[in-house]
Design a protein around this ligand. Structure first.
Ligand SMILES: [Zn+2]
Ligand SMILES: [Zn+2]
Length: 348
């Protein structure tokens, strides 16, 4: 017996997204269909997404090959809402985050060596595909970090870029418990860097411009505060024996250059504040004290999980200002102003 087939369109619910439709364009709040996850992908119901300075790459079209319209956002916290084919080890209802490392090809030379962070075809959430400034987002499984219960979504989101960058750079810096570690810049990165450094057992010198951040830096765990406007910060570090590591978070190459003489023998300038002008250093500054200058990006999803677990365990938390998704443009402007204390987070 023939069955009657009723042609029915699947019910498509719309969702709200904040997109950029051309380089330099403004944020547009529009409705889109909720997307379905393909093989190896999950759909995340986004609950919070941090606004990072690197979102400027999406907003202004400064990343080679970026396609529009594009939804920025690589500090994503939410809940898995649907699984694509071939997804194992993750389940619906699980809390997950996505950071800067948005996926790898698993086939290039670096991936074959297990160095996924340097994949030649690295995908970045919010640049290579639509990121977290939306109610539902698709992500490949290799980009997922499980969020522990002790962190809420607004706390977790900034830890997926600002947090992992400072945590991962410090834990690979070679500094040992008790060492003098300086954190240059008390901002979105630096306020987390100071907390991680203190929890790692370092003697922490926070370096900022002006005196206004002194009490905050101490509250975050700094042993001492150095005002780089009022004093020569390199000399102040040398009075303490020199810093084993200086974590340079403020994107000022001039300020970084001025700190190199504050490093101890075998000391390291760890650069995470991204600016495009050159750091100035003489070979003698490096040679005579066997000093190193190193850069650090962020890390993989597994590094993100380490960051989240350490933060949960130790009490490291970002300071945040929240905005609803509909006010993404305002939130972005607030981030750009440099006046936010300290991470701007969108909530959905
Ligand atoms: Zn970022
Ligand atoms: Zn690769």
């Amino acid at each position: 017996m023939a069955t009657l087939r009723v042609a029915s369109k699947p019910a498509v619910a719309p969702m709200k997204v904040a997109q950029i439709s051309k380089p330099g364009g403004d944020f547009e709040i529009v409705e889109r269909e909720i997307p379905e996850p393909g093989p190896g992908h999950v759909r995340i119901k986004v609950r919070a997404c941090g606004v990072c300075h690197s979102d400027v790459l999406t907003k202004e079209g400064a990343w080679p090959g970026i396609e529009y319209p594009r939804i920025p956002g690589h500090e994503v916290a939410g809940v898995i809402d649907a699984l694509g084919d071939g997804v194992f080890g993750w389940k619906k209802g699980q809390r997950v985050g996505v950071g800067w490392h948005g996926g790898q090809d698993n086939t290039c030379r670096e991936c074959r060596r297990g160095d996924f962070g340097h994949c030649q075809n690295l995908k970045v959430a919010g640049i290579s595909y639509d990121g977290g400034y939306q109610e539902y987002m698709l992500a490949p499984v290799e980009a997922l970090a499980a969020i522990p219960d002790g962190l809420n979504d607004v706390e977790a989101a900034p830890l997926l870029c600002a947090g992992i960058t400072t945590y991962n750079a410090l834990r690979h810096s070679g500094a040992l418990p008790g060492d003098l570690v300086a954190v240059q810049g008390i901002g979105g990165l630096g306020h987390l860097g100071v907390q991680f450094a203190q929890k790692f057992g370092y003697k922490v010198a926070a370096i900022g411009r002006g005196s206004e951040n002194a009490s905050l830096a101490k509250k975050l765990g700094a042993t001492l505060y150095i005002d780089s406007q009022a004093t020569d910060a390199a000399q102040e570090l040398q009075k303490l024996g020199g810093a084993q590591v200086i974590l340079a978070t403020a994107p000022s190459s001039k300020a970084m250059s001025a700190l190199i003489d504050g490093l101890s023998p075998n000391g390291k300038l760890m650069v995470i504040g991204a600016s495009s002008d050159p750091i100035e250093v003489t070979p003698l500054q490096l040679i005579l004290k066997t000093r190193t200058i190193q850069g650090w990006a962020s890390g993989t999803a597994a590094d993100s999980e380490d960051t989240l677990h350490f933060a949960e365990l130790s009490g490291v938390r970002p300071m945040t200002e929240t905005y609803p998704l509909e006010r993404a443009g305002e939130a972005y402007a607030r981030m750009l102003s440099g006046k936010a204390q300290f991470r701007v987070v969108l909530t959905m």
